[in-house]
Write a protein that binds this ligand. Structure first.
Ligand SMILES: [Zn+2]
Length: 297
């Protein structure tokens, strides 16, 4: 791999961006305007050096840049519809599905796994484009167990990642195992496929995760939705705190229908965005637009 190092001065002087060559690169002229902090290295993949031992690689699971309709954010009984229409006059809000790969201390950690190939998920081809196969992944850490985050763990009933140790908040895992709906069935299948390589952890166990990664409960989107602090808060893996950034950043009380408990989700969103601002963290959000990474000041 070829490395070119550029330094960001505007937002975070300590963070450097590293460009690597892309194995099967295609033109990315249709790429949405990238958010300011990561370097796009090929279609759906960008890279950012977090510190000297830690590199973030963003992997867009959806084939093309996408958006969500305003109506997704209208709330119960359409209570927020007028506000949403006023704040989002285009009728659509840019979005994405991302997974994030963190290279740290010679280990590869994947945060979430996208939709999976059967639903058109591009995660494995994005990984391949930067030289990795699923067998290279050491750890997978889940923000929650919705299908667009765990579908990619499976190929039919089999585990896609043949070596990885998988970590999931116990409260999240137990919730989905108790559900008989399609998402509950998918979670049950994933737990079975990974067997004793799947580890359910409690928030009180601060040593449960590898590489010093810390779990922080961000309940609301789901009953065990969790964000992760990497490299002493330099990087926050934000999961599904936010689905329509351009809209919700204007009013963090607005929640999409995907949030199981919208009020709790809004509190978690406000709390962790402020937390990230205070710590000057890079925020990597699974549904942020562009390359899925930003810094809020
Ligand atoms: Zn999601």
């Amino acid at each position: 791999m070829k490395h070119n190092v550029l330094f960001i001065t505007a937002v975070m002087a300590a963070i450097a961006m590293t460009a690597i060559s892309c194995g099967n690169s295609k033109s990315n002229t249709n790429e949405m305007q990238p958010l300011p902090v990561a370097t796009s290295i090929c279609e759906g993949v960008s890279m950012l050096e977090i510190d000297s031992a830690t590199t973030l690689i963003t992997l867009r699971d959806n084939a093309e840049p996408s958006s969500q309709p305003n109506s997704l954010f209208y709330g119960k009984n359409n209570k927020d519809s007028a506000k949403v229409e006023q704040l989002s006059p285009n009728g659509q809000i840019p979005s994405s599905i991302h997974a994030f790969l963190v290279k740290k201390d010679n280990k590869l950690t994947l945060f979430d796994a996208g939709n999976g190939i059967v639903k058109g998920g591009m995660l494995l081809s994005r990984l391949d484009s930067v030289g990795y196969g699923p067998e290279n992944i050491d750890y997978i850490i889940l923000t929650h167990m919705h299908g667009d985050h765990i579908g990619g763990l499976l190929n039919g009933d089999s585990a896609v990642f043949t070596r990885a140790e998988v970590f999931v908040p116990q409260v999240e895992c137990q919730y989905w195992l108790s559900q008989s709906n399609a998402n509950g069935q998918l979670a049950t299948k994933a737990v079975a496929a990974y067997g004793n390589r799947l580890h359910q952890f409690s928030y009180t166990d601060t040593t449960a995760l590898p590489l010093g990664i810390r779990a922080m409960a961000a309940i609301g989107h789901t009953p065990g939705h969790t964000v992760y602090s990497v490299s002493k808060h330099r990087l926050m893996i934000a999961g599904d705190l936010i689905h329509g950034y351009d809209l919700q950043r204007q009013d963090m009380n607005i929640s999409p229908t995907y949030d199981i408990n919208p009020e709790q989700a809004a509190e978690a969103r406000k709390f962790y965005f402020q937390f990230a601002r205070n710590k000057h963290s890079v925020i990597a959000g699974m549904h942020l637009p562009g390359n899925g990474v930003l810094i809020e000041e």
